[in-house]
Design a protein around this ligand. Structure first.
Ligand code: SAH
Length: 235
């Protein structure tokens, strides 16, 4: 392990990386050395003639399951015992990712991400390597790669030096337990719709109060779960 925040991605499709992470904010940060990316092809750790990484599910049923022995060999090669970085398996059965966990990951040394394919991993390797299971949400992707990219994108923008100081991210959705207020910019009139006058009044106190009210209103309406939690945490 050398300096800097480092990500290791274990995947059957290494050609998907850096992908979107090689572009724009994350891509410039990668080039600048603000984070590092290592991509590991799980198939390299297959041992049979056919380089097989999956097999039929015990108990029967549709699809294929990723083999515990092959996945363990790949994990052990790049995330040895004592590696301080959390080992995360992207999975719809995991704990949903939150901005809080994203912040924790950004303040740590990095992460090792395991992307599943087919029906997912043999349960025994998840347990044997004590993987943290993280979900992107209550829907099913065809593979863990888009989830790994989304997780890394969320973390990388928070790494020191990646975003300009004017965009610290402190004001954003979820940071204060609320969704963010709505945004406006020029032109002053768009298809007959005006920018809310308070935003162009120059009164910073009023702007702040208006934004706060909109944030509360939107959260209450769209995310009663977040609103309840916000009220509970405040009291
Ligand atoms: N049979 C599994 C779904 C497998 S989808 C089930 O019903 O739970 C194949 C792979 O896509 C998974 O191993 C996982 O790595 C990834 N994946 C699918 N949905 C995901 C989600 N919501 N969050 C994170 N990873 C997901």
């Amino acid at each position: 392990m050398t300096e800097g925040w480092s990500a290791t991605v274990l995947t059957l499709f290494p050609e998907m990386f850096p992908g979107p992470l090689g572009i724009s904010l994350a891509g410039r940060a990668l080039e600048a050395g603000l984070w590092r990316l290592e991509t590991v092809d799980i198939r390299r750790y297959a041992t049979d003639r056919h380089r097989s990484v999956d097999d039929t599910p015990a108990g029967g049923g549709a699809g294929m399951v990723m083999r515990a022995d092959v996945v363990a060999a790949a994990v052990d090669a790049v995330h040895p015992a004592g590696d301080p970085r959390p080992l995360i398996y992207l999975s719809p059965r995991g704990r949903p990712l939150t901005q809080k966990r994203v912040r924790e990951l950004a303040s740590g040394p990095g992460v090792a991400l395991l992307c599943g394919r087919f029906e997912g991993l043999d349960q025994r390797v998840i347990e044997a390597r004590q993987m943290e299971e993280v979900s992107l949400g209550d829907f099913v992707l065809s593979g863990g790669e888009p989830a790994a990219i989304a997780l890394l994108d969320a973390v990388i923008r928070l790494l020191p030096g990646v975003m300009g100081k004017e965009a610290s991210g402190e004001d954003e959705s979820f940071e204060g337990g609320l969704l963010e207020y709505p945004h406006y910019t020029r032109p002053q009139t768009f298809e007959g719709r005006e920018i809310p006058p308070v935003l162009t009044s120059g009164d910073h106190g009023k702007v702040k109060a208006w934004r706060r009210a909109r944030a509360e209103e939107t959260t209450k309406e769209r995310r009663p779960d977040l609103w309840e939690k916000f009220l509970r945490d405040r009291s």
